[in-house]
Design a protein around this ligand. Sequence first.
Ligand SMILES: NC(=O)c1ccc[n+]([C@@H]2O[C@H](COP(=O)([O-])OP(=O)(O)OC[C@H]3O[C@@H](n4cnc5c(N)ncnc54)[C@H](O)[C@@H]3O)[C@@H](O)[C@H]2O)c1
Length: 323
Amino acid sequence: MADQSPATSYLRIMVFGAGTMGHGIALLAGKSGHMVFLVDVDSEALHRAVKLIRSHLDWFQEEKEISEPLEAVLSRIKPVQNFEDVIGSCDLIIEAITEDQILKSELFKQIAPLKSEPSIVVSNTSYLDVFALAPEKMLSRFAIAHFFVPPYLVPLVEVVGNDQTDTDVIPWLMEVLRRMGQQPIYLKRFIPGFIVNRLQRAMGREMFHLLEEGIASPEDIDAAVKASFAIRVPVVGIAQKLDLTGLDLVLKILKNPSIDLATEDRIPRILQERVDAGDYGVKTGKGLYDYGNRPMEEITRKLNRKFLAVRRFMEKGISGGSK
Ligand SMILES: NC(=O)c1ccc[n+]([C@@H]2O[C@H](COP(=O)([O-])OP(=O)(O)OC[C@H]3O[C@@H](n4cnc5c(N)ncnc54)[C@H](O)[C@@H]3O)[C@@H](O)[C@H]2O)c1
């Protein structure tokens, strides 16, 4: 087997899917000095991605988050539609295409014979057991690296291997991610949704329940969250928060009559209605909130400013361990 490029060197990275996540991962990797090939079956998506990357880079420069000229970073991020000629020279292949079993499975079948032997493939799937979708011969060099939107500002990456992942793959991947400024967390085995999406999904379910019951508006629910656990979560997370409450009280509350939380066996009516109306959120200018049909670029820039402010605060504002 040929050597894997060391995690400390600049790599050649191919990112499949130039949508919400793919363009952000490409930007993160390019900004970190790697050569990136961004692939999408939809040329319009690829075009949009390059425009967004340029706009984010422009903003990073304004914020003094990059010292290199914008064009130098951009020259390392190459949009490609015919990936077959380049994939064999890539060290890392990141799959961030549509969350669809058939599409992902077909792509893995295409990738397997073309990739070089030691190169590593990771999937950014949110829920799917992609290990069951990949050809057997790819499994030893295959893992999950689950990023969060926007990946160039949110540091967590959940990393999971499969039963056959070679022992060098996870440490190498974790080091590559750390060098991009990310905070990888290793999960001992695959579970759909990993840690964060499972928690977010439980909360989302109850949020739709509250909306459907007419208890509060989306804006008021968010205002409640921001004025309460948003302040505590960065300090105590959600496990240590129970120590703060007192486990005796936590137990008493759970023994009291059920509060009838939402269950998962139905699709929230409000969600279905919004999607049917084509209101997908930031990418269409309207979702649970109304953004006045402002372009995605403008909405994203405004949100990114706030994410960066929080990230900077957390990097320097909270220190001293968790106890
Ligand atoms: N959106 C999020 O917040 C988020 C967060 C973490 C993980 N994810 C996961 O990341 C993946 C991508 O999600 P997204 O939100 O970026 O989706 P998206 O719909 O914004 O983009 C997906 C892109 O993949 C392209 N595509 C489809 N088949 C392809 C193929 N065979 N080759 C190349 N490109 C192809 C589509 O044309 C589209 O541009 C999904 O698995 C999703 O679950 C999403």
